[in-house]
Design a protein around this ligand. Structure first.
Ligand SMILES: CC(C)(COP(=O)(O)OP(=O)(O)OC[C@H]1O[C@@H](n2cnc3c(N)ncnc32)[C@H](O)[C@@H]1OP(=O)(O)O)[C@@H](O)C(=O)NCCC(=O)NCCS
Length: 202
């Protein structure tokens, strides 16, 4: 079995993160080029503000998967995206290795939480047609439902008896997190999506 290596995203490999989410056929499409430029600017700001905000999985130096996350109130970390784009790389333990690496990192003190430990991971694991549903993946990895009426809203407690759950839930609902998710995680793909929609409506 080929070895999976997990690396934090930094200025050296940030291009790998951007390119991973762009299908190879679209690399020369100006809409994707523009989307990638915007995402790189955003990624640079995230690195400045939080240090590490994403991890990449590599197999023999080739980027094969990513996980992206950001701190929220109540010492909660929100996972905004996990993705293994190529079919040939699925079901080889890449998603699990990325999540494992993130959970390991969560056991370190965080300067953006006043040198305290994160209390929980949360995610809105919306479904992308044609892919293995990420909410099922998270549940298999030990995530729990945050609300009975939303199968996609999940959390993973990092501290025993998490007392902040209600507050976390409120943060999610108040800030309309779903829209932000779609914006950040699909950024490079968004221009093409919009243009395709326009074409369909013509
Ligand atoms: C969810 C995802 C990251 C999983 O990646 P992966 O590398 O294939 O997952 P792993 O190989 O680590 O699998 C871990 C466990 O998840 C479950 N799992 C993963 N894929 C599965 C599938 N197709 N069918 C059933 N179970 C599956 C299994 O329990 C598996 O453990 P096992 O292989 O020991 O049984 C990947 O399927 C993906 O990218 N899906 C799309 C997610 C998405 O929509 N992202 C975009 C928005 S941010």
């Amino acid at each position: 079995m080929r070895k999976i290596e997990i690396k934090d995203v930094d200025s050296e490999n940030v291009e790998d993160l951007i390119n991973l989410c762009i299908p190879s056929d679209n690399r020369d499409d100006y809409l994707f080029i523009e989307g990638a430029r915007v995402k790189k600017r955003w990624a640079t700001q995230m690195m400045k503000r939080y240090g590490v905000f994403s991890k990449l999985a590599y197999i023999e130096l080739e980027p094969v998967g990513m996980i992206q996350y950001q701190p929220k109130q109540e010492k909660v970390i929100e996972i905004t995206c996990i993705f293994v784009p190529e079919k040939k790389n699925l079901r080889k333990g890449i998603g699990r290795a990325l999540l494992r690496a993130l959970i390991d990192e969560m056991h370190r003190l965080k300067s953006y939480f006043n040198n305290e430990y994160p209390s929980a991971l949360v995610t809105w694991a919306f479904q992308v047609p044609g892919t293995y549903p990420q909410h099922e993946f998270y549940q298999k990895m030990g995530f729990k439902h945050m609300r009975g009426d939303d199968p996609f809203l999940l959390y993973y407690p990092l501290k025993e008896g998490i007392s902040t759950l209600r507050k976390v839930r409120n943060i999610f609902l108040r800030k309309k997190i779903k829209e932000r998710h779609l914006y950040f995680t699909t950024l490079p793909v968004l221009p093409a999506y919009i243009s395709q929609k326009k074409l369909k409506n013509q």
